[in-house]
Design a binder for this molecule. Structure first.
Ligand code: MC0
Length: 146
């Protein structure tokens, strides 16, 4: 079951400047930064609140590390701004994706890939979701560090 907003993904050109903006403007100071080579991004997860299912809700700031990455392509076309939304599931993300695919929505990966902080992720095609790139996230249980 989808139980929360896991994160909102925001494309930016300068990750450090974006992190500083959210710290200075809103006081979001719980920040985790990592590089995801496969996705072609350096990203920051800014925790907003914990959620009742053991997960949490974040803002995700995404800076491209390659010109051919989805974020670089998005920035070239749209400039900085909201790139995707992500729902958190309390169960297996692949089962969730298959249930959604059965409703006629294209799932982008045959099998889950690695997301922030060791999560398992998949994406739904924006053209099947009202123009919104949508991600599904199975978080690592909190006791394991997320
Ligand atoms: C592209 N489109 C979007 C969009 N990206 N619409 C809404 N939101 C977006 N973010 C639209 C384009 O405007 C275009 O529409 C059409 O989709 C095809 O886009 P394209 O630019 O030609 O690009 P494609 O087809 O090569 O790729 C689009 C696709 C790709 C969504 C399949 O970006 C993708 O595989 N995304 C999933 C992975 C990802 O985004 N990774 C970065 C975040 P028109 O009407 O012009 O034809 S990594 C992440 O988020 C992590 C690590 C995590 O959460 O843990």
């Amino acid at each position: 079951m989808l139980t929360r907003i896991d994160h909102i993904g925001i494309a930016c050109r300068d990750l450090d400047a974006a992190v500083e903006f959210y710290r200075r403007t809103y006081g979001f100071t719980d920040v985790h930064i990592e590089v995801n080579e496969e996705q072609g991004v350096r990203e920051a997860m800014l925790k907003i609140n914990d959620a009742g299912d053991g997960g949490a809700t974040y803002l995700q700031l995404l800076e491209p590390i390659r010109d051919d990455s989805p974020i670089a392509k998005f920035l070239a076309k749209n400039g900085e701004g909201v790139h995707h939304i992500a729902f958190g599931t309390d169960g297996d993300v692949q089962e969730e994706a298959e249930g959604i695919a059965a409703k006629g929505v294209r799932v982008l990966y045959d099998a889950p890939r690695r997301g922030s902080m060791g999560s398992r992720i998949n994406f739904l095609h924006p053209k099947d979701c009202g123009g919104v790139l949508t991600e599904l996230v199975q978080a690592v249980p909190k006791t394991a560090g997320r």
